[in-house]
Structure formats: structure tokens, C-alpha cells
Design a protein around this ligand. Structure first.
Ligand SMILES: C[S@@+](CC[C@H](N)C(=O)[O-])C[C@H]1O[C@@H](n2cnc3c(N)ncnc32)[C@H](O)[C@@H]1O
Length: 355
């Protein structure tokens, strides 16, 4: 995610998504066996800079406190290159931090390692939480010929590479968590959702028109010679938005992990999330302000991936190119905010380890 706290300042959309899973997280903790409460440990998988983890971790602490007075470990995890400095500042100083009122009984820590790998000792997690993160693939499956978002592309070879990586990643994620969750403990997640294809027409995920403003900006940069054709193809969003069927696929009816532990998908709820910036635009009519917010949202999660597509550029050149591309997307958004305003499709789910 874009560093120096930029992601946190531009992730109101992801903050709204996280709220959708809070009750599922409370229920998961309330319904786990006493054994899962002996040394309470909550994992936050894909924490980024932390602001959007505060409400879920607060909800988890409240739910654990209804079961036990034992000290609680909160473990935030993300990739090694995450903006950990911002995360530490947020935990320590954000007025909404879950640490407020819990200086002595709640203990935060971090792990800089992919959630597709082993993170925790066997059977030690009371609950795990992940929001807006599981669509990120374990590595980029490579260039896409005609769209930064592979699921809007017509590059069928690339589509298959991304789809198949998503299948492997999902089972790897489940295999690791099947070992780490205490018996009866759950992973609760909220993530983007690809709608089902109907009558031969591809499914949608709600932000196609918004993404298209950025795609048009990238194509214009390629046409103007600001980026090369090779750089254009390498500028990808290394993710896959799963459909409900893709989420369900490993559970038929249960997922069996490497040690024989089983996981059940006890809840999977599709839902929608309104554009968090549209109400202010409806009131003010300020298309420029709306466009700044949406372009900032896009840049918040895409800038690092796009930056890696420019390895032969100097850092100032990379910044100048990305400034120009996102400024162009912003102009396109400002031209007609209502036409590009997304209604996001999301799914919230709970996966429980059997007793
Ligand atoms: C869009 S952010 C979501 C952050 C936060 N959970 C939220 O709700 O705002 C996605 C996060 O997932 C992290 N991520 C992506 N792939 C990951 C992986 N394999 N292991 C751990 N974290 C990963 C990214 O680095 C990023 O911080």
C-alpha cells in the first residue's frame, strides 16, 4: 500500500467494508470452546497501516472479555515491506486505538510474513480477522495485455494464470490456518466479490467504471509515450476477485488441512457497500473534491504495484509518471462522478475449525 500513512488516509472505502464483518467476529469468539480462550490470541491478517484494524480488534477484545479476564495478544501481520512505522504510530497514538483503556491486559505485536505461509504455532489462535486482503495473490502472475485489472481484460492466457494462482493461494491460506486455529476457533473475513456470470455474460464487482478511468489514463500515457508498451503491460493489480463459488470450492463439504484438521465455511454472506464519497458530492456538487478522494483511494492500493512495473526508471521519474497517471484518472472521474461511482460487491465469511 502507498506508504507514509497514505493508504490509511485514503481508505474510507475499506474502513466501511471492515464494519460489515464485526458481528461475525464477535459471534465467532462467543461460539468457540473455552479451550480457545486459555491464552487469547487474535490475528489481524493483512493489517496495512492499521487504522482499519482498530474497530475489528476492539470488537474482538470486547468479545474475548465477555469470556475471560486473561491477557490478550493482538498480532498484526502483513508483508515484510509493509509501512510498519505508520502501524506502530496508529496503535500507540490513534484516539480510536484498541489500546485505549487496555494498557495492561492487551499486548500488540507484528509479523512481517505472507499469510500464505506459516505464521503461528499450531492450535494457538482464538480468532483470525482479514479484511480487504485475501484477493491479493501470493505473487504477481505477470503482465496483462490490455487492462491493469485482469478480470476486465480479454487476455485469456493472463486470466487463466491469475485465476489458477487464486485457486492455489486460497487452499494454501486455508491449509496454514487449519493448523493455527485452536479447535472451534474461526477466521472471519470481508473481501471484494466477483458477481456470478449469467447467460454467458461475465460477472461484475461494482467498480468497473471507476477502474476504467484509470485504465483510460494508462492507455493515454502509453499513447503519449510517457510509458512504454512493456511498462503498460506490466502495470497490473496482482489480485483476483473471487466469486462465491470460488470461495466455496475447497469446502465440499469441509476443507481438510495437511494434518487432518478440518475447516467448515459456516457463513458466507454477499452484500454491497455504497460509495463512501458520493453523499458529500450530492450535497456539495464539488466534482473536484469527489475525484480527489476516488483517485486517492485508487492510488492508495495500486501505487506500489504500478511502481514495480517501472524498474528502469529513477525514483523521481517513477513518481512523476504515477503523478501524471493518477492526475489524469482524477480528471476523468471529475468529468462525471455519478457515471463512475461504484456500488461495491463484497462477501463476509466465517470459517471454523472443527472441534
Ligand atoms: C487493501 S489492504 C487492506 C488493509 C486493511 N486490512 C484494511 O481493511 O484496510 C491489503 C493488505 O493486504 C496485504 N497483503 C497482500 N498480500 C499479502 C500476503 N500475502 N500476506 C500478508 N498480507 C498481504 C497488503 O500488503 C495490504 O497491506
Amino acid at each position: 500500500m502507498a506508504g507514509d500513512g497514505y493508504y490509511d488516509r485514503h481508505s474510507a472505502t475499506q474502513q466501511g467494508a471492515a464494519v460489515i464483518g464485526l458481528d461475525l467476529l464477535r459471534t465467532a469468539i462467543a461460539e468457540s470452546d473455552r479451550g480457545a480462550m486459555e491464552s487469547p490470541k487474535i490475528a489481524d491478517l493483512g493489517c496495512a497501516q492499521g487504522h482499519n484494524s482498530l474497530a475489528p480488534m476492539k470488537a474482538a477484545i470486547g468479545a474475548v472479555r465477555r469470556r475471560t479476564t486473561a491477557d490478550i495478544d493482538i498480532v498484526h501481520t502483513d508483508l515484510p515491506g509493509n509501512d510498519w512505522t505508520s502501524l506502530f504510530e496508529v496503535i500507540e497514538h490513534d484516539p480510536a486505538s484498541y489500546m485505549v483503556g487496555h494498557k495492561n491486559d492487551v499486548h500488540p505485536s507484528v509479523i512481517g510474513r505472507s499469510f500464505y505461509k506459516e505464521l503461528f504455532a499450531p492450535a494457538t489462535l482464538t480468532a483470525a480477522w482479514s479484511s480487504s486482503s485475501l484477493h491479493w495473490l501470493s505473487a504477481s502472475p505477470g503482465p496483462v495485455a490490455d487492462n491493469f485489472f485482469v478480470q476486465s481484460s480479454t487476455d485469456h492466457v493472463a486470466i487463466e494464470r491469475y485465476r489458477s494462482r487464486s485457486v492455489t493461494d486460497w487452499t494454501d491460506f486455508l491449509a496454514r490456518r487449519s493448523v493455527e486455529l485452536a479447535p472451534t476457533a474461526s477466521v472471519v473475513f470481508v473481501d471484494v466479490l466477483m458477481g456470478d456470470a449469467r447467460g454467458g455474460v461475465a460477472g461484475t464487482m461494482g467498480s468497473e467504471a471507476l477502474f476504467d478511468t484509470l485504465e483510460q489514463a494508462l492507455r493515454a500515457a502509453r499513447s503519449a509515450g510517457t510509458i512504454t508498451a512493456e511498462e503498460y503491460a506490466a502495470m497490473v493489480y496482482p489480485t483476483w476477485f473471487r466469486s462465491l463459488d470460488e470461495v466455496r470450492a475447497p469446502f465440499a463439504p469441509a476443507f481438510t488441512g495437511p494434518g487432518g484438521e478440518t475447516l467448515q465455511l459456516v457463513t458466507l454472506e454477499p452484500t454491497t457497500l455504497a460509495d463512501p464519497f458520493l453523499a458529500a458530492y450530492d450535497t456539495s456538487g464539488d466534482a473536484g473534491a469527489y475525484a480527489r478522494q476516488q483517485a486517492g483511494f485508487l492510488r492508495g492500493f495500486l501505487e506500489p504495484s504500478f511502481g514495480t512495473a517501472l524498474p528502469r526508471r529513477t525514483a523521481p521519474q517513477r513518481t512523476a509518471i504515477l503523478d501524471a497517471v493518477f492526475a489524469d484518472a482524477e480528471r476523468r472521474i471529475a468529468a462525471d462522478p455519478r457515471a463512475v461511482s461504484p456500488t461495491y460487491k463484497l462477501a463476509a465469511g466465517r470459517i471454523r475449525r472443527a472441534a
